[in-house]
Design a protein around this ligand. Structure first.
Ligand code: ADP
Length: 175
């Protein structure tokens, strides 16, 4: 039985992430889709909010477990008996980062391998930071996220109101 872990910030999820999670769930017996609870970058959604969106996106897939975790990803992977780490690849820039991360993780846990799935072409240019930027500036994001994520984003932007700052990426709502 192969257990895979798909870790990331997912702040918030978009169609690119959901596509990778769904495809990985077909390849492995169990997919643990895990939101890192305290990434170094600023967050727009807290852990519970990110998890709720992830759960809604894959509620029809029984072999995906949505969780949050803290600390080293490989430590969490070991604790859960994970054999494979799943990551998504968009453009060449992703490759360099993923390659470095995979080698670092291999050094920390040589029994855990990384499998990168190529993005589906239509999601190649979707990223959490771009979609937040577009939403912030009033642009359409329906081709990037499901309606429930769009609603969550619009609600958060409305909550931030006038104090939301010049750029959405400057917003810090870290727990
Ligand atoms: P990070 O893990 O750097 O915080 P994210 O949470 O945004 O970044 O992404 C988690 C994983 O999903 C990473 O492997 C990333 O490359 C992948 N990913 C992000 N956007 C896409 C996309 N549009 N298509 C496929 N994979 C993606």
């Amino acid at each position: 039985m192969t257990i895979a872990l798909y870790p990331g910030s997912f702040d918030p999820i978009h169609y690119g992430h959901i596509d990778i999670a769904r495809r990985a769930a077909k390849l492995f017996d169990t997919l643990i889709w895990a939101a890192f609870d305290r990434p170094l970058k600023n967050l727009m959604f807290n852990t519970d909010e990110r998890l709720a969106l992830m759960r809604e996106a894959v509620q029809d897939i029984p072999n995906i477990e949505v969780v949050s975790y803290g600390g080293l990803t490989v430590e969490y992977a070991r604790k859960r008996g994970v054999q494979v780490m799943v990551r998504g690849l968009r453009v060449t820039y992703d490759f360099e980062i993923e390659y470095q991360t995979a080698l670092t993780n291999r050094q920390l846990a040589e029994d855990i391998d990384t499998v990168c799935l190529m993005t589906s072409l239509k999601y190649a240019f979707v990223s959490s930071s771009i979609l937040k930027e577009v939403a912030f500036n009033g642009g359409m994001i329906i081709h990037m996220v499901p309606p429930f994520v769009e609603n969550a984003l619009r609600t958060r932007l409305a909550q931030l109101g006038e104090d939301r700052g010049d750029k959405i990426k400057m917003v810090s709502l870290q727990e």
